[in-house]
Design a binder for this molecule. Structure first.
Ligand SMILES: Cc1cc2nc3c(=O)[nH]c(=O)nc-3n(C[C@H](O)[C@H](O)[C@H](O)COP(=O)(O)OP(=O)(O)OC[C@H]3O[C@@H](n4cnc5c(N)ncnc54)[C@H](O)[C@@H]3O)c2cc1C
Length: 373
């Protein structure tokens, strides 16, 4: 199902499709093998205006709504999931500054969001699923906050210049602050060597007494979980979109192969066992698409979308892993070869059972939401 896009939205989506086909998809295998983007790709993404799609016009953005932003992420993921996840990490971070930032903070950083990548750091070695386990602290000194601690496994970590970071402002109180990489005391640490999404830099930032003005606090002191949960909700819609794009990619590879490869004298696509796999992949990608589009539509309508966004990611991630595995089996020996992208698509999808909250935590949140209805 395609939504009824306006002519302006259709123009954008055509442009994204062309960009993905020409600049992203041809490098998909290379990105996985090399573990980084080809030189110039990010500059081209910036030059095409992708970073500012959802940014208000007053800051140089295009002011597109969450439904179209998710669609852009889906189409990018058809070419390469890492590129889509770099956008996802950026969009969800910028959005929290739009939602929760003081006017002075927005005026300072949002104009840079069309040309600089942003990132959100919650995880630490002592706390991933458990935010209260973090050790980063922010203490008030006059009209400033002094932040110290390490954030690990940050999507776009090392690439981004602006970071939202979760810190303890009291032993049982969390708050989110905006820091930037030019600040004294800010440095980059270890880069992860992850098995999938290998184009996205995922790394550590080290904050050693980084001092920020009071207006770098997002929302109110103690609202860390409010901001963090909001970032997760926004990210999960985009991850549902990225997962749909991954499944579309896998289905394309599998159907092309099933039309060509012969079993005795008919293409294998005519075998019931192969039809079953192709149908399951198609059902999985359509269902995930419906889930993320529903969450995005609720968001546009100003309604709660937290549960639906969690469903899109929780359902979409396991379904995509299974769909890409089915696609691999359609190609059998060739599917298991690095000549084809199916192994890396499985690994790309697998990341989304962990990033932006594990599926276990999301199932728990979905169940609690149902119990409280
Ligand atoms: C590709 C990628 C990108 C990432 N990007 C970011 C980023 O941009 N910013 C960021 O801050 N972090 C990021 N992360 C880190 C990610 O958010 C954490 O890995 C995740 O939250 C889980 O934390 P953990 O690894 O410490 O696992 P743990 O929290 O130690 O969990 C271990 C296991 O226990 C289960 N578990 C723990 N607590 C509960 C609970 N309460 N209920 C049910 N099950 C539970 C988990 O589901 C998991 O199976 C990224 C990770 C990956 C893989």
């Amino acid at each position: 199902m395609e939504l009824n896009w306006t002519p302006q939205q259709n123009m954008l989506l055509r442009m994204v499709g062309e960009f993905t086909n020409q600049e992203v998809a041809p490098y998909d295998m290379q990105i996985h093998a090399d573990g980084h983007y080809p030189e110039g790709l990010l500059d081209k993404m910036i030059g095409t205006g992708f970073l500012g799609l959802m940014l208000p016009r007053q800051y140089g953005g295009a002011d597109f709504d969450p439904e179209i932003t998710a669609e852009v992420v889906r189409r990018m993921a058809q070419g390469n999931a890492s590129a889509a996840v770099t956008l996802e990490g950026h969009y969800k971070t910028v959005e929290q500054i739009i939602k929760f930032g003081a006017q002075s903070l927005q005026d300072k950083y949002l104009p840079t969001a069309t040309s600089h990548i942003f990132a959100f750091g919650m995880t630490e070695s002592s706390g991933g699923s458990n935010p209260m386990g973090i050790q980063t602290t922010a203490r008030k000194v006059g009209n400033h906050w002094v932040i110290s601690g390490n954030k690990i496994m940050i999507t776009n970590g090392g690439l981004a210049t602006v970071y939202c970071v979760l810190a303890k402002t009291a032993p049982d109180e969390l708050s989110v602050f905006v820091v930037d990489s030019s600040m004294p005391g800010f440095s980059f640490g270890k880069q992860e060597d992850f098995i999938g999404l290998r184009g996205v830099p995922v790394g550590e930032i080290v904050l050693d007494e980084v001092t920020v003005p009071a207006d770098h606090l997002l929302s109110q002191q103690g609202d860390g979980m409010l901001v963090g949960d909001s970032a997760h909700d926004d990210a999960r819609i985009l991850m549902g979109a990225a997962l749909t794009g991954i499944m579309e990619h896998a289905l394309d590879v599998a159907t092309d192969y099933a039309n060509e490869r012969k079993a005795i004298d008919v293409p294998i696509g005519h075998l019931q066992s192969i039809e079953r796999k192709l149908a399951d992949i198609a059902i999985g990608k359509e269902t995930t698409k419906l889930l993320y589009q529903r969450a995005a539509a609720l968001k546009v309508a100003g309604q709660s979308y937290s549960e639906e966004a969690a469903m899109a990611k929780a359902y979409g991630s396991r379904t995509a892993v299974s769909a890409c595995d089915d696609a691999l089996q359609v190609l059998a020996g060739y599917g298991y070869s690095r000549e084809y992208p199916l192994a890396h698509l499985i690994l790309d999808a697998r990341a989304m059972e962990i990033a932006e909250g594990t599926v276990e935590k999301m199932r728990s949140a979905i169940a609690q939401s149902e119990l409280n209805k």
